[in-house]
Write a protein that binds this ligand. Structure first.
Ligand code: 5AD
Ligand code: SF4
Length: 484
């Protein structure tokens, strides 16, 4: 089944992603989960496994062994939903559904379609939205009583902060830590604010405890997750809520920069990553934290979405092309070695060739280290769907997409070639897919390097000299182990 983390990085939100897990236990009821879409969904599946673990369920990597099959779904683009529907069809046609197996749809598609899913997909027994996973035991009781079960209530409070995730999609080295849920941004193209609800931040102490616990178990990297991590805001003072929390003076709250530093201090050899940053919210203090703590990785995912100011306004991104460019310059001024990645949408409503050329130009100017690129997919219920016409023909959307993919591939090829001869500190995450005798690991900038195994072990930090490259990977040789 390939490497889950690699898959995660290759596909991000909305593509065909699934993982499963097998903890080897042969007794009790078995749960099989496939996750689609963003890293948050993968993280949520670990919460689900934990909630059901308390009910005696163990996870299995084999759907045929399962009593309960869950698909944790994504709605971000039409294609993501189509993938899940095809999966349900294949389950039906392959007769994988044993007589007593129950099938549940979790996540964003559950939230978007609610009980309508029962009409559309006869196979489905249970529908649970992202804020209802604590209720899964009750919902399962309902289906065992022969009913269809649904809970799609969104919450303003739920952060699952007391639930210790079962690390089903981890390599034992890097783990996801969810720090906030929901999104208040209302980008006009995006369904997330509707499927994941209002923004809320998790208790900083519980985040910190989770990171400390992971480190004590041998983990070397934590990925702090949120739809918009830079608007993380939490206070010990429970009276500070909503607007009051947003407006409270900095010394009364833990903001994202403070949280990063807290987590960065857990251990010098515990790497800290985070995603996703909204360009409007990332602060200098976040940049200073990255600059000042070597273990806070030099990598920022800073989705631009478009390089044209009129389109950005129509998307409700609240920044202009110039403002975005200034943010990139500021990042490079404070952290010269920082890698920057982006998300781009081509063919948003009314985008002209000339406006698309601004996106091409932005990509050529910024020269991203990585780009996740999509053509616009109209989502029901979003502001764009209500207010604008989806008027760029699909062939044009796709042509523009191919154009930017080509540019990005060329940029990556050149960037990789330029790293030949340089040495990077790499955290070894696993064995290479190409050969048992090679290891793979990542630089602080999130670049994968493959190198001969020698006597190095998974979890070691090593300095690796880059010797050759492709547009996707760097190949090198380890120079020495880094001791902490
Ligand atoms: N169509 C295409 N891409 C979208 N994204 C979000 N909504 C849509 C949509 N309707 C992309 C954005 C976002 C990423 C996670 O998915 O680029 O940053
Ligand atoms: Fe969607 Fe915008 Fe929120 Fe990202 S910031 S989840 S694109 S609404």
């Amino acid at each position: 089944m390939g490497d889950k983390k690699d898959l995660l990085e290759e596909s991000r939100q909305g593509e065909v992603l699934h993982f499963n897990a097998d903890d080897g236990t042969k007794v009790g009821k078995k749960l099989y989960i496939e996750s689609y879409g963003c890293q948050m969904n993968f993280s949520d599946s670990e919460i689900v496994a934990s909630v059901l673990g308390k009910e005696g369920y163990t996870t299995t990597s084999n759907m045929e062994d399962a009593d309960l099959v869950f698909l944790n779904t994504c709605s971000i683009r039409d294609k993501a939903e189509e993938t899940v529907r095809k999966r349900l069809n294949s389950i039906k046609h392959n007769n994988k559904k044993k007589k007593n197996v129950k099938i549940g749809i979790l996540g964003c598609m559950a939230e978007r379609l609610k009980s309508q899913l029962f009409e559309e997909e006869k196979l489905v027994d249970l529908v649970a939205g992202p804020d209802s996973y604590r209720k899964l035991p009750e919902l399962i009781d309902d289906i065992e009583d022969g009913q269809k079960a649904v809970n799609v209530l969104l919450s303003r409070e739920e952060t699952y902060d007391d639930i210790e995730p079962v690390r089903i999609n981890s390599n034992g080295i890097a783990a996801f830590v969810s720090i906030m849920r929901g999104c208040d941004n209302m980008c006009t193209f995006c369904v997330v604010p509707f499927t994941r609800g209002r923004e809320r931040s998790r208790d900083a102490n519980s985040i910190l405890n989770e990171c400390k616990d992971l480190y004590s178990k041998g983990y070397k990297e934590v990925m702090l997750l949120g739809q918009n991590v830079d608007s993380y805001r939490w206070s010990e003072n429970k009276d500070l809520r909503g607007r009051a929390l947003k407006e409270a003076p900095r010394d009364e709250v833990v903001d994202f920069a403070k949280l990063l530093v807290m987590v960065g201090k857990v251990a010098t050899d515990l790497r800290v990553r985070f995603s996703t940053s909204h360009p409007k919210d990332i602060t200098d203090d976040v940049l200073f934290a990255i600059r000042d703590y070597k273990n806070i990785c030099n990598y920022i995912h800073l989705p631009a979405q478009s390089g044209n100011t009129r389109i950005l306004e129509k998307m409700n991104r609240t920044y202009t092309r110039e403002w975005y460019n200034d943010k990139v310059s500021r990042i490079r001024e404070v952290i010269p070695t920082c890698a920057i990645s982006t998300d781009i949408i081509t063919g948003f409503c009314s985008e002209t060739d000339k406006e698309h050329a601004d996106t091409v130009d932005l990509m050529k100017t910024v020269r991203y280290d990585l780009a996740y690129m999509f053509f616009y997919s109209e989502r029901p219920g979003t502001l764009a769907q209500k207010k604008f016409e989806d008027d760029v023909p699909e062939v044009i959307k796709k042509k523009r997409l191919s154009e930017i993919i080509e540019i990005q591939t060329q940029v990556n090829k050149e960037q990789h070639a330029a790293t030949i001869g340089q040495t990077f500190e790499v955290l070894i995450e696993g064995v290479s897919k190409r050969s048992e005798n090679e290891l793979r690991g990542k630089t602080s900038q999130n670049k994968m390097i493959i190198f001969p195994k020698e006597n190095y072990k998974i979890g070691d930090y090593v300095n690796v000299k880059v010797e050759s490259s492709t547009s996707a990977t760097l190949l090198g040789t380890a120079v020495e182990k880094v001791n902490y």
